[in-house]
Every structure is written in structure tokens, then in C-alpha cells.
Design a protein around this ligand. Sequence first.
Ligand SMILES: Cc1cc2nc3c(=O)[nH]c(=O)nc-3n(C[C@H](O)[C@H](O)[C@H](O)COP(=O)(O)O)c2cc1C
Length: 326
Amino acid sequence: MKTQITELFGIEHPIIQGGMHYVGFAELAAAVSNAGGLGIITALTQPSPEALAGEIRRCQDMTDKPFGVNLTFLPARNPPDYPGYVRAIIDGGVKIVETAGNNPQKWLPLLKEAGIKVIHKCTSVRHALKAESIGCDAVSVDGFECGGHPGEDDVPNFILLPRAADELKIPFVASGGMADGRSLVAALAMGAAGINMGTRFVATHEAPVHQKVKQAIVAATELDTRLVMRPLRNTERVLNNAGVERLLEKERRLGTDIAFSDIADEVGGIYPRVMKDGDLDAGAWSCGMVAGLIHDIPTIGELVERIMHQAEEIVAKRLHGMLSQA
Ligand SMILES: Cc1cc2nc3c(=O)[nH]c(=O)nc-3n(C[C@H](O)[C@H](O)[C@H](O)COP(=O)(O)O)c2cc1C
């Protein structure tokens, strides 16, 4: 399948693996890229720019296909060493960057000068248009159903994607709720040039996370996610668990007086405990409503092939069949 996204990134299939904290290591990115999609390493999971440089080299040892690096701009009082991470990306010869979390304008001149293609992940049409206006090459449009940070507008993809298609000139991928060939065809029908998946890629054989995390996603339904940190305007969609219930109880009790320090136990330093140690109830960790569509733990090669096969069947048989009977 050829789309503007496969052409832009030089990949075989229009499937991207979004950056994921404590999941987006070289093993995952390389497996997705080797399967013909675009794998992405998550920069901030690496403790330092030097460690990111090492992770990029590890990925290059595992694949000769294109892969990217995610740079998430956090609302942090003491920001990470962003200049150092950007330097590691450029010096490492990475040619694709996924930005997220905030406006990447400050970093675009450096990235563009190094010949890097930038795809910005955003949750609203206005932010997508901003990304287009500052020179991003593509956007990832993340609907309300997504795992991670859906923003504060709560617009689901059935509205957000056609709205993006009506307004944008640069190509975009649909993100949030994408799991299979049906998702891909629907995304293409709404004007997207591919899909970006998070949660679906966590429940795969190669994802370098504890088996219990994968099993929890398989066991979860579309009713099992919760929105946390809404009162702090830093909403995150997470899988419900004992830590999340504790957090939500604090949000109810403290109301608008709540501060980040009140919930630090449930949201600070949680990812390694969950992803590495399998301590699922440690606190809040991102998961999309798409968990309801995830019933197995395939290899990434199987998953990508299945998505493409199903998409082709839907287009060539189901949809084409409907037209020829008309
Ligand atoms: C466990 C997990 C961690 C994530 N961490 C990040 C992150 O650090 N930076 C980021 O830009 N997006 C992050 N995301 C969001 C994904 O890249 C992607 O946009 C989202 O998962 C898409 O929705 P889906 O889960 O319905 O596929 C994370 C998602 C998950 C499930």
C-alpha cells in the first residue's frame, strides 16, 4: 500500500508505532521497522542524551530500515536536557522525529537543517494547523480514545479525522483506537494516510515489557480505562487499577485545590515499576480504549501482516463487492 506517509518516511506499510515511555526501546522500534512499519524509540525513557545515543546505535544494529525517535515535551519545572537529546538524535543519524506534548517550533530549525522529517502528535485541529504552519512534515492526530494524553477537548476520531482532512495540507495519520485492518481502512476513508498505534504494540511478543502488562491489556475491555489528572489540565488515559482508584479518590476529595504533589505517589516513577517489574497496581500507566479490541499477543510481524491483509480484504472484497452489486 502506497500513501503519502509511506512515501514520506520510506516505509512499506502506513503503520507507525508511537513513542511510549518505558516501552519504546530499541527492541520494539526495530521490530516494527523490520516488519515494514515505522518504529520509534522514546527519547525521555533514556536517562541521558548519552544513553539515547547508545539506544539509537542498538536500534541501528537491529534494523537497516528507517526508524524514528520520539521527543515528548513535558510540562516540567526542571525540564530534561532537550538540547542534549536533540544533539544525540542528529549525531546518531536519525532521519525521523515524532514530537509530542507541546509546540516543537523551537527545535524545528535544528532538526530540519539535519534533514530530519518531523511528525508532530497533537489532539486538536488547531494544534495540527499550527504544526503545519511552522513546517512540520506530517501530523499524528490523536483522538479522545487514545492511550496517553488525549488533551482537554475530548473530540473522538470519527469527528477529529475528517475535520483534520478538511483543514490540513500536510499528510496525517490517525492515532488512538487503531488496532487492525478495519481501523486502517476507516482511517484512510476519513482522509488519513496511515495509522499510529500505541496500546496495540504493547501487547506484542517483542514489546520489552513485563508479560503481566501484555496480559492486562488482553484482559481489559473498552470500559476499563480512566481519565486521570483532568483537574491539573494534564489529562491521561490509563488502565484502571488500585493505584488509579486511589488517585481518582484524591481528585474527588481535593477538587480544584489539588496539586501535582498530592498525587506524586500515583503518577511519579510508576513506569519502570509497571513495565519492568510487572507491578500493575503501582499507579497510573497509559492505555487506550482500544484494549477492548486486543485479544492476543502476536509477534509484530504477524500483527502488521494481519492488519495489511485485513485492510486489503476489506477494500478489495467487502467494499468493492458492495459497489459491484449496486
Ligand atoms: C504505555 C504508553 C506510554 C506512552 N508514552 C508516550 C510518551 O512518552 N510520549 C508520547 O508522545 N506518547 C506516548 N504514548 C501515546 C502513544 O504514542 C500513542 O499516541 C497512543 O497510544 C495512541 O493511542 P492508542 O493507545 O489507542 O493506540 C503512550 C502510550 C502508551 C499506551
